[in-house]
Design a protein around this ligand. Structure first.
Ligand SMILES: [Mn+2]
Length: 409
């Protein structure tokens, strides 16, 4: 796999090894979707495996804090409130930092971070060493992180279409080298395969290798949280293994972030025993059924609104009653039917947050770059992205987008 090395992957692995040796505080801050959660598990388990080979007997693992931001409350990506929470939780480290000028710890962002300019600068000011691992598009500059791994950055000649968990798998290989057992490798590939499919990354080159190998024996996975799906679903209801995997992903997608910033999907995929895995999987299955009904309902509502208007090159709709967590799924369905860029947003008091999906060949990140001065935040992949905009800029943003897409035609 991975013929051309991913830029800075060696530096990232070296820095993680150093943190383990020095038992530094490590914070894993990952996006709360299947890709982010899979990335977090791969990294955490690489660190545990590394630690068991590096540390002397009796020494413990470096302290690891997980944080999955709740998209509904905190939005997408790294946020300042979360950083303040880390500052309060690890005040000793912060004080130490002022005296010794040593980093307060290692903050690793997974599947997010590349558009968090201010937040990353703040983390640096707080004394964190910031390692950013993301696969989203680069805007006109990159944040001031200490190490950036993102195949889209300048000077990176590697494969561009990895899911973030594909990057995490390559990072794991770099960290563990020959000490990665066959079993562990397969277990990581299963997660990377699920994430690559869940993130709808193109199934070409390295990604097709990841999927092929990762799904090869997934029905016998070492993870109770994966294996359980092959028992709660009856295989006769599915035309293929791949079909069952899609259903499994739709269940995983229904998982939420808990108030303590732990993630239900993380808990399922790392469950140590079968009973816990079964209970969690069944709970998520129920939730995914409700979730799907909500998506369908919202889809109907959006279609009703847009059918009353036509001629616009884009679909741009929002409401204060819509659930941001469903908008990506709804926008994907609307795009398939209308073949236009779709911007759906949920409005709160001062700002609106939205999900964007586009037909093949349309780059919505580029389209939004044209309105960068109107936006609080935006980013993503060419066909699937997100934004935050102040409500007083919503109309201007819409007009600029209409203008942009009218000219393109
Ligand atoms: Mn991702």
């Amino acid at each position: 796999m991975a013929s051309v090395k991913i830029k800075n992957l060696d530096k990232a692995a070296k820095r993680i090894k150093e943190a383990v040796k020095k038992r530094e505080q490590i914070i894993i801050y990952a996006d709360a979707d299947v890709d982010g959660v899979s990335s977090a598990i791969i990294l955490k388990e690489s660190i545990s495996n590394l630690a068991s080979s590096l540390l002397e007997e009796g020494q413990s693992l470096p302290p690891i804090q997980f944080y999955f931001p709740n998209r509904k409350i905190e939005g997408y990506g790294l946020n300042k409130e979360a950083l303040e929470f880390f500052g309060e939780k690890f005040p000793v480290a912060e004080k130490q930092n002022k005296k010794t000028k040593k980093p307060a710890g290692l903050l690793i962002t997974l599947d997010c971070g590349i558009t968090n300019f201010e937040e990353i600068s703040k983390a640096k000011e707080m004394g964190f060493f910031v390692l950013l691992v993301d696969h989203h598009q680069i805007l006109d500059k990159v944040p001031e992180a200490d190490i950036i791994v993102d195949p889209n950055q300048k000077g990176d000649k590697s494969f561009k279409s990895f899911a973030n968990a594909g990057l995490a798998f390559n990072l794991a290989k770099e960290i563990l080298g020959d000490s990665m057992s066959k079993g562990l490798r397969l277990s990581f590939l299963e997660l990377a395969a699920l994430a690559t499919i869940a993130d709808m990354m193109p199934e070409i080159e390295e990604n097709s290798d990841i999927i092929l190998e990762g799904l090869s024996d997934i029905q016998n996975s070492q993870r109770p949280g994966i294996k359980v799906f092959f028992e709660i679903f009856s295989s006769k209801d599915f035309s293929s293994k791949r079909d069952l995997i899609s259903k499994m992903i739709s269940v995983l997608n229904a998982a939420s972030v808990r108030p303590d910033h732990q993630h239900e999907c993380y808990l399922l995929l790392t469950a140590g025993n079968y009973d816990l895995a079964k209970m969690t999987a069944e709970f998520l299955l129920e939730k995914s059924i409700r979730h799907r009904e909500e998506v369908r309902g919202l889809e109907e509502e959006v279609k009703y609104i847009i059918n009353s208007k036509n001629g616009s090159p884009i679909i741009f709709e929002g409401s204060k009653n819509w659930n941001i967590e469903l908008l990506g799924a709804v926008a994907s369905r609307i795009v398939r039917e209308f073949q236009k860029p779709v911007f759906l947003y949920a409005t709160s008091e001062e700002t609106s947050r939205g999900s964007v999906r586009a037909p093949k060949g349309v780059d919505v990140v580029k389209a939004m770059s044209d309105s960068a001065d109107l936006l609080e935040m935006f980013g993503g992949h060419p066909p699937a992205a997100g934004f935050t905009v102040r409500n007083d800029n919503l109309e201007k943003f819409k007009e600029k987008l209409i203008d942009y897409f009218s000219k393109k035609k």
